[in-house]
Design a protein around this ligand. Structure first.
Ligand SMILES: [Fe+2]
Length: 590
């Protein structure tokens, strides 16, 4: 990640923490309130569904009850008329009681629901008004049954409703025994159309709520679909009827059940209600498939979940945006801090904020300014120390060079050539600097060589030369006292070694000779050849290079020789002015 240094330790991002915190704070109450809202609304909708069932049940039941009561009431005047005629006249004259016939005719004409009215006496004589009932029709069977019942023991009977093909309506029969002086003298029957009640049942059939009326034996006697009535379905074994039988008058029950009438189980919600004041024990049932009853609840639940999810997404988005406001400045600060640890003290942060982050950024900038200033002063001090040190060793080198007029400026020149060669070889700056110091001090061991040998104007004897050859080892020993310069000692100590092992002081070969020593050795030889010596005139650059080239691979490192040649060809080597070198007074080794 940007600005985060790899440490192997797994680190979290502050933006993730912030987003998570804001999300938890924002969404948990939302989810809890949403869950409660769903439960609360589901309860309300469930209650609403039950109330709707109750309303339908009561509406149908009251209509049916009112219909039955008013139908039964129509018999009353007929009954009275029959009684009056029976009492006041000879029974044989009653058979043709025109008043009763007029009455039932008037009743038929004034009530649409009346299909047929009959008054029958024990001698099978009587009067009737209304439409003719087909003797083969089911309603006629009910009519006959009612007559038989009333003449035997029932004083009042309401038949099972039947669908009539002739009238295309559901009909039922009410029969009442004519009792005179507690003796059965005849029966009054009325066939009614249930068209008005059917309308009520059909109207109640809405939104998958099916209302129907059951008789006391579990027969479906009224149903919004005529085909159900015609099929004469009995549901005595159904949970609906079982529940209805448990009820008392005016009691109501709503319950879930499984309907298996269609062959496959269907979960339903049902409500049953006893028709009040019903002498026939009829009840009303309303049922709704649970799937339909729950669809509103499911829609509500879906809508609520949808809005909650939308709110969570918005909360996530907003929390991410707000978190960015905090995390981005922190990321910038982290990045800048890492940059400073890499040594880039000029880094500053630009965070314009009025909160604590703005103050932190200002303090950060102040701190880096202080650090940068401090580091700058430290560097200056270090540079001054370095210059002081270099000045000291230059002075030391110059003092040694001054012991022999022929070698005046020798150490400085060897240093410059060594630097040029090392740079040409592409060595790192730090190594080039070490080679420079080693080159400056390469002949420091001559401090321990007697002036009589150093300044001897003639050829050295073998013994004197042996002493002279000690100077690299002496120089190394002197410098080994300074802990901080130990790393430059090999460059000094071995600058007279040869690749073929013929050099001194150790007779090292090839790669045993440190690169610094090989560079200083070539630079030393080049300066010796190009400056005046007791035993030679100064050679031209080409001549010196030619001699050195010839010894490449034997005495000198070929890469170092090539680097010197390349530097010469590019004009990097300036030979010293011969005037600056004193006339020879002594013969000596370099
Ligand atoms: Fe030397």
């Amino acid at each position: 990640m940007l600005g985060i240094r790899k440490t192997g330790k797994k680190r979290g991002r502050i933006v993730n923490l912030l987003v998570l915190s804001m999300l938890i704070v924002g969404t948990i109450p939302l989810i809890i309130s949403g869950y409660n809202l769903i439960s609360y609304n589901a309860g309300i909708l469930d209650t609403d569904q039950k109330l709707l069932h109750l309303q339908i049940c009561k509406s149908v039941a009251s209509e049916v009850a009112l219909f039955l009561r008013s139908s039964a009431n129509i018999i009353t005047p007929v009954e009275k008329s029959v009684e009056i005629g029976f009492v006041s006249d000879n029974p044989s004259a009653v058979f043709y009681d025109s008043k009763t016939r007029d009455l039932i005719t008037a009743l038929f004409q004034s009530h649409n629901r009346i299909i047929n009215i009959r008054v029958l006496y024990l001698n099978n004589r009587g009067v009737q008004a209304g439409y003719k009932i087909d003797e083969a029709s089911p309603i006629n069977s009910e009519l006959m049954d009612t007559i038989q019942r009333c003449l035997s023991s029932d004083y009042f009977h309401i038949s099972r409703p039947q669908y009539s093909e002739d009238f295309n309506q559901v009909l039922f029969v009410i029969g009442k025994t004519v009792l005179i002086n507690n003796k059965i003298q005849g029966v009054i029957t009325m066939v009614f159309s249930m068209a008005d009640v059917m309308d009520t049942v059909r109207r109640a059939h809405q939104s998958s709520n099916t209302a129907f009326v059951l008789d006391g034996q579990g027969n479906i006697i009224l149903h919004p679909e005529i085909r159900v009535i015609r099929a004469e379905i009995n549901v005595a074994d159904s949970p609906i009827f079982q529940e209805l039988r448990k009820l008392r008058s005016h009691a109501i029950s709503t319950f879930p059940f499984t309907d298996r009438s269609s062959g496959r189980p269907v979960d339903m919600l049902g409500t049953v209600y006893m028709i009040p004041d019903s002498v026939v024990g009829w009840g009303v049932a309303v049922q709704t498939p649970a799937e339909v009853a729950n669809v509103v609840i499911q829609n509500m639940r879906r809508q609520t979940v949808y809005w909650i999810l939308l709110s969570i997404i918005l909360a996530l988005l907003m929390s991410f945006l707000f978190s960015q406001q905090i995390s981005i400045p922190i990321q910038i600060l982290t990045q800048k801090t890492l940059s400073i640890t890499d040594g880039n003290f000029s880094e500053r942060v630009d965070i314009r904020s009025n909160n604590e982050l703005g103050i932190l950024a200002e303090n950060f900038n102040l701190m880096t300014e202080e650090i940068e200033d401090y580091i700058k002063r430290l560097k200056q001090a270090a540079e001054e120390n370095r210059q002081l040190f270099l000045g000291a060793i230059r002075t030391l080198a110059a003092a040694i060079d001054a012991k022999d007029p022929y070698t005046r400026g020798h150490s400085e020149r060897v240093t410059r050539y060594s630097e040029i060669i090392a740079t040409e070889l592409g060595l790192p700056t730090e190594e080039v600097e070490n080679i420079q110091i080693a080159a400056l001090l390469h002949d420091v061991g001559k401090i321990g060589i007697s002036d009589s040998i150093l300044q001897k104007p003639s050829i050295l004897t073998e013994d004197e030369y042996a002493v002279m050859k000690q100077h690299p080892e002496l120089g190394g020993n002197i410098m080994s006292q300074i802990q901080q310069l130990k790393h430059i000692i090999p460059g000094m100590r071995y600058h007279h070694e040869s690749l073929d092992g013929s050099g001194y002081p150790r007779g090292l070969k090839g790669d045993e000779i440190p690169l610094a020593a090989r560079i200083i050795g070539v630079a030393d030889a080049f300066d010796a050849m190009t400056t005046e010596r007791p035993y030679q005139k100064p050679l031209a650059t080409d001549e010196a290079l030619e001699i050195i080239h010839r010894k490449a691979g034997q005495k000198f490192d070929r890469r170092v020789v090539d680097a010197l040649a390349a530097a010469v060809s590019r004009g990097l080597i300036d030979l010293p002015n011969p005037e600056d070198v004193k006339k020879p007074r002594y013969v000596t080794s370099n």
